[in-house]
Design a protein around this ligand. Structure first.
Ligand code: SAH
Length: 410
């Protein structure tokens, strides 16, 4: 079963530092190369590595990747189990069951497997109507795909399965496994974007080339919330991507929505998403504008326009720990600029998707910047991960949002 292992070679065994041992035992799913004290032989990408504790007892088993500092992604801890097709099927069924009852027929786009937090380290599976998108963030899964694809077909009966690869593993995937980003693993070739439903609204996902797996499924709950706040408001959706927040705001009765994004491609998609929902009278009567610009510059330079609801959902500004402080400053700057655009009694929705900035730190930054503006405000809510994106360890917990409603006058 262990495809990556040469039949003749012994099982790959590791011994690790006491700290790493403790971390693994407490459920952290990553083992870094520097924590490995002993290794019985060099390992192959994707083979199973068995980790023993200092007393020579079985500790964990995981997927080995000699090319990554994150050397082992843990599959299980505690009691040894045989990792085979039946085991993988069990993990898949557990993830499916976990989403049982979360979505009705009005929502056909959602996450089925959220990496480590669903027991599939470095692997994501999203459903868009009858298309499945499997996104792989570690080369260690590549030799397993031939095993996983039939499981997905048997358990989920999709029309197609698309493979997406994180950028850093694309060269190896091609040279070693003849796999490429956007490849069709099962089903007919796709001739365009996939249309799916979210809360009864139609959206397109560019599953072959789009960011993440084609859509930001993680913002669904916030989009629903925005719909409930949008009645009669002029909405600015900054960092709009394909306009998800805007279509919801329009259905919620917004007077006008402006999508602001640096990418023309994203804004074209936003226009199409609006067009896809014209059968809804509220969407049809909402004025929609798409502005292609750098949001930082546009907010700074543009003459004063007023908005009654501003959504800020920038890409991660801290991709590593060393960028954390600067990212917080940049966000505060963005907030100060956005605040000058917000009408009296305007609502601000600020989201952050950087795992390096904690929820507490982010919320405090937003509150402090709002306090410094001198205007009174009420904090309506803070939100985190949606239920189909569970986060079982600190590094997985990236998404947080805060809602502020400003009061009239000073
Ligand atoms: N809110 C979106 C997801 C945002 S993803 C949703 O719910 O679907 C971040 C978006 O920010 C991307 O579309 C990217 O093109 C855009 N972006 C990145 N840097 C930008 C900048 N400086 N100004 C404006 N948009 C930017």
């Amino acid at each position: 079963m262990d495809k990556a292992r040469e039949n003749s070679s012994p099982r790959l065994h590791l011994r690790v530092t006491p700290t790493a041992e403790w971390k693994l035992r407490s459920g952290h799913p990553w083992l870094y190369a520097e924590s490995i004290l002993e290794q019985n032989r060099p390992g192959e990408v994707g083979e199973l590595a068995v980790i023993y504790d200092r007393y020579n007892n079985f500790l964990a088993i995981g997927l080995f990747d000699p090319g990554s500092p994150l050397r082992v992604r843990v599959l299980l801890v505690g009691k040894a189990q045989r990792i085979d097709s039946a085991w993988l099927r069990g993990r898949l069924l557990a993830a499916i069951e976990r989403r049982d009852g979360l979505f009705d027929a009005q929502t056909t786009g959602y996450r089925l497997i959220n990496g480590e937090s669903d027991g599939w380290p470095g692997l994501v599976l999203d459903r868009y109507a009858s298309t499945l998108v499997l996104k792989v963030y570690t080369a260690a899964w590549l030799p397993w795909l031939a095993e996983i694809t039939p499981l997905l077909q048997e358990e989920l009966s999709p029309e197609g399965v698309i493979l997406r690869l994180s950028r850093n593993i694309q060269p190896l995937a091609l040279s070693r496994f003849q796999l490429s980003d956007g490849q069709v693993l099962a089903g007919p070739a796709l001739d365009g974007r996939v249309i799916f439903l979210e809360t009864g609204l139609n959206f397109e996902a560019d599953v072959l080339r789009g960011q993440k797996t084609g859509f930001f499924l993680d913002q669904r709950e916030n989009r629903r919330r925005v719909e409930s706040l949008a009645q009669g408001r002029r909405v600015l959706n900054a960092f709009s991507f394909s306009g998800g927040f805007s279509v919801y705001a329009a259905r919620g009765g917004a007077a006008a929505v402006t999508d602001l994004d640096i990418s023309a491609h994203a804004l074209d998609s936003a226009r199409r998403n609006f067009a896809l929902n014209q059968s809804n009278p509220a969407v049809a009567s909402c004025r929609h504008e798409a502005v292609q610009a750098d949001a930082f510059d546009w907010l700074k330079e543009h003459p004063a326009t007023e908005f009654d609801l501003i959504i800020l959902d920038p890409p991660s500004m801290a991709r590593r720990e060393s960028e954390r402080a600067r990212a917080i400053q940049a966000y505060a700057q963005l907030l100060r600029q956005a605040r000058t655009w917000l009408s009296s009694e305007g609502i601000l929705v600020a989201a952050s998707c950087s795992a390096h900035v904690s929820a507490m730190e982010f919320f405090e930054t937003v509150r402090q910047t709002a306090r410094k503006s001198g205007r009174r405000f009420e904090e309506i809510d803070t939100t985190g991960h949606p239920p189909d994106h569970p986060a079982a360890f600190p590094e997985a917990n990236y998404l947080k949002s805060v809602y502020l409603r400003f009061e009239a006058g000073k």
